[in-house]
Every structure is written in structure tokens, then in C-alpha cells.
Design a protein around this ligand. Structure first.
Ligand code: GDP
Ligand code: IMO
Ligand code: MG
Length: 425
């Protein structure tokens, strides 16, 4: 295996940071292919926690080169802050962190519009992260977005910013906001341009060179398959291609070059923001999962909604992303539950189904009950060291989804992991 896609198979926050960091131990290039600072990927190494939002999660592995590819939308201020925080921790970024010249730039009015829409009563509230993600991708699709390459010619950049502001002005005004002028937007972009421009390059060449040299590559997803614009629980989704296929469009690698897709799923389910969540638990079990799993947004601090694992959703995610290996995270969070419910189908107005319906509203989960375990499992390093019921739970997921578990995570730390199979093998 030489090029592995690592993708969240639920609604985000599955543990991509931890898994990418681990897998990158043996990779030379890590490429983040989608999303922007709506992501928050947590790395816990030696008891120290670091959250990255734009920088790839391979940054803590000193040998790895990290690229932010053209499928991403980048807020220069957030990136500059992230680089400063890494530098302060003694993590070197120069010469090993690159930005695609084709990646789009999140502008101040994108953030303004995202916030105004979320705060408005007349517009459908999605519960976004308010980081400007939607409006930036909207400008991209409308073919007036500003890319890092455009900063080489400030006149051209100014013209693009002016077109964007002109297009958005009626929306901003209708939502009660003040339309910024071109000069103020350009000033904010230029403030960080000098620091970031040396990192800008054609990252598809990095990918191609690595591939030709037989180097190992990791393609890091953001968000999750159920938040994907095409495949997620639309309209309660993000604006990018979060599926594994997003690695092809977002990083510029052909599908024949990808050799494995690792899907990550928690042992239960969470979701932040609005949108359907059939297995959601609004009871003490849900609260227990939230507390034990520390289910609070790493970017916004919002409490995450919690619920049972949803097998039809997982099978769907595996299907649309070609998941052939699972990383099952947060198994330790289930310790102490007498019974673990797993959704294996739904009752819908159209009848019973074991497939994920396109419209989830009105779908009621049908559960299979599995016995829990009481032992703490954070120190397990082999499957055999897990209680039998925990092993059976892992096997249940494998059987129901037709894909094997390669990693089982039993704690946030890098070492709190059971490597069941070699992801590079
Ligand atoms: P990401 O967005 O997919 O990278 O996930 P987040 O970092 O937003 O959220 C995952 C959270 O779970 C982080 O706080 C991780 O440190 C933590 N975590 C990851 N794996 C495990 C695990 O196996 N057990 C526990 N208890 N926490 C974990
Ligand atoms: P990581 O990479 C969890 C959710 C938001 C909202 C919807 C749209 O850390 O897993 P957006 O700001 O993208 O327009 O919001 O998507 N969302 C995430 N939820 N983890 C994420 O990233 C998310 N990124 C976006 O909560 O429901
Ligand atoms: Mg996250």
C-alpha cells in the first residue's frame, strides 16, 4: 500500500487527527484535501494535546511533508496563527508545509455572511461553524473566488475581491450587515500574504513526485462522509467533498493511484449542528457518552449530539467511499454500559429498510442489543486483551459492514491503540 485515504465515516470528529498522526509514522507526504478551519483535528502525544484546523495532522511526525491541497479553503489569519502555535511548541514547519496555489482563500465577508445567515430567522439554520466555509465555496462555484495564485498579481486579486463583494452585497444588506469595502478586504488578505506566499506551490507536483518515487502518502479527509455535499444528509452538510473520492479532486491524484481507504468510525455516533440523527439519545445515556467521550466541539466548543452506532449509515458511508479498512475509535467510552444498542435498520413511512434513506426525517431506528462490558480497556494493545463482549462488538461491526477493523482506538493518546492489521500491508 502506498497511498492511503483516511476519511471520517460519520458526521465528523471520528478521530481523524489521531489516526492520521499514527499512520503518518510511516508516510513521507500527508495531504489534506477538503474543508477548511471548520475542522478541528486533535493530536495527543506524550500527554500533550494539539488541535490543528488547517495544517495536516502529520505535522507532528518530523519526517513528513505536509500539503494543504486545492480542495481546501484557507483562512490566512487562522493558518498564520496555527503556524505560530506550532513554532512555539518547537515544531518546525519551514520546508515541510505547503499550500496549493489553487486553494481558495476565505475572505472576511465570507465569515460575516456565514455568521449573519446563522443568526437570521428567515434563513434555514444549519448550525455551521461560522468560519466562512459555505460562502467561500459558493464563490468558488460561482467562479469568482480568490486563489493563492491570484495573490501574485494584486490588481487581479483586487478585481476578484470586488466581484465577490458586488455579488454578496445585497445578501449582506438584507441580513442587516455592513458591506465591507474592497480596500479593507484586501488589507486583511495582504497582512498575511507575505508570510504565506513562500509556502505556496503546485502541490499536485509534490503528490506526483512522491508517487513516482514510491513514497508513502496519506490523504487526510476532513468532516465526514455524512457531511459530504453530494453524499451527506443534505442540506445539513458542509460545502466540500468529504468522501474518499474528494482526495482525487481535492488533491489531484488519479483514482487508480489510491491503494486503500481507511474509514474511521466511533463506537457510537455524534453530530454537531442541525440535521437528522435517527439514533440520537436525549437521555442520561447520551449525556454519559458526551461526558465520558468529552464530546464538545474542538473548534466551537459546542456540545456534540450523541447517539448509538448506526450500521445502515456506516454501510452507506463505506459504499460511497470504498472503505476497505476500519479504524474504530472511542471503544473505551462504551465501558460500563450494560447494554449497547446498535441501529441495524429503520422503520420509515415507506416501510422497513436496512439502507440509509435519502430523506432521514421520519426514520425510526430498529436496534439490535449487544451486551456491554465493565472493564476499563485503555491499556489493551491487542484484541485478545479486550473483554469478550468488546471483541464481539468489533466483530459485529466488521460483519455488518463487510470490512475489517485495522485499528481499534481505546484512548486519545497515540499509544492507546490496538493495531489489528497493518494499514500499509
Ligand atoms: P477529528 O475531527 O476526526 O480529528 O476528531 P476530533 O479531534 O474533533 O474529536 C475526537 C476526540 O476524541 C478528540 O478529543 C480525540 O483526542 C479523542 N479521541 C480520539 N480517539 C479516542 C479514543 O479512542 N478514545 C477516547 N476516549 N478519545 C479519543
Ligand atoms: P472535523 O474535520 C464536525 C458541521 C457543522 C455543521 C455543518 C456545516 O473536525 O471532523 P460548515 O461550517 O462546514 O459550513 O458547517 O458541518 N461540521 C463539522 N462537524 N466536525 C467537523 O470537522 C465539521 N466541519 C463542519 O457543525 O453542522
Ligand atoms: Mg473535529
Amino acid at each position: 500500500m502506498s497511498s492511503i485515504v483516511i476519511v471520517g465515516a460519520q458526521w465528523g470528529d471520528e478521530g481523524k487527527g489521531k489516526v492520521v498522526d499514527l499512520v503518518t509514522e510511516r508516510a513521507e507526504l500527508v495531504v489534506r484535501y477538503a474543508g477548511g478551519p471548520n475542522a478541528g483535528h486533535t493530536l495527543v502525544v506524550g500527554g500533550e494535546k494539539l488541535i490543528v484546523r488547517l495544517v495536516p495532522s502529520g505535522i507532528l511526525q518530523p519526517h513528513s511533508v505536509c500539503a494543504m491541497a486545492q480542495g481546501m479553503v484557507i483562512d490566512p489569519a487562522v493558518l498564520v496563527g496555527e503556524i505560530a502555535a506550532l513554532t512555539q511548541r518547537g515544531i518546525k514547519t519551514s520546508g515541510r508545509l505547503f499550500i496549493s496555489d489553487r486553494a481558495h482563500i476565505i475572505l472576511p465577508h465570507h465569515i460575516l455572511i456565514d455568521g449573519l445567515r446563522e443568526g437570521s430567522t428567515g434563513v434555514q439554520k444549519l448550525g455551521t461553524t461560522k468560519k466562512g466555509i459555505g460562502p467561500c465555496y459558493e464563490d468558488k462555484a460561482a467562479r469568482r473566488g480568490l486563489r493563492f495564485a491570484d495573490l501574485a498579481d494584486l490588481g487581479r486579486a483586487r478585481a476578484l475581491v470586488a466581484r465577490s463583494l458586488e455579488a454578496w452585497a445585497p445578501t449582506i444588506s438584507a441580513l442587516g450587515g455592513a458591506v465591507p469595502d474592497v480596500a479593507s478586504v484586501m488589507e486583511s488578505v495582504e497582512t498575511h500574504a507575505a508570510q504565506l506566499l513562500p509556502l505556496v506551490t503546485d502541490t499536485s507536483i509534490l503528490v506526483d513526485d512522491a508517487q513516482r518515487a514510491g513514497k508513502r502518502m496519506v490523504f487526510e479527509g476532513a468532516q465526514g462522509i455524512l457531511l459530504d455535499l453530494d453524499h451527506g444528509t443534505y442540506p445539513f452538510v458542509t460545502s466540500s467533498s468529504a468522501v474518499a473520492g474528494g482526495a482525487c479532486t481535492g488533491a489531484g491524484i488519479g483514482p487508480t493511484r489510491l491503494t486503500r481507504v481507511v474509514g474511521i468510525t466511533k463506537a457510537y455516533a455524534t453530530r454537531v449542528g442541525e440535521g437528522p440523527f435517527p439514533t440520537e439519545l436525549n437521555d442520561e445515556v447520551g449525556e454519559r457518552l458526551r461526558q465520558r467521550g468529552v464530546e464538545f466541539g474542538s473548534v466551537t466548543g459546542r456540545p456534540r449530539r450523541t447517539g448509538w452506532l448506526d450500521i445502515p449509515a456506516l454501510r452507506y458511508a463505506a459504499r460511497v467511499s470504498g472503505v476497505d479498512a476500519w479504524a474504530i475509535t472511542k471503544l473505551d467510552v462504551l465501558t460500563g454500559l450494560e447494554t449497547i444498542e446498535v441501529c441495524t435498520g429503520y422503520e420509515t413511512p415507506a416501510g422497513k429498510t436496512t439502507e440509509l434513506p435519502a430523506a432521514l426525517e421520519g426514520a425510526r431506528p430498529v436496534y439490535t442489543s449487544l451486551p456491554g462490558w465493565t472493564e476499563e480497556i485503555g491499556s489493551a494493545r491487542r484484541l485478545e486483551e479486550l473483554p469478550k463482549n468488546a471483541r464481539d462488538f468489533v466483530r459485529f461491526i466488521e460483519e455488518k459492514t463487510n470490512a475489517e477493523a485495522y485499528l481499534v482506538s481505546v484512548g486519545p493518546g497515540r499509544e492507546e491503540t490496538i493495531a489489528v492489521r497493518d494499514v500499509w500491508g
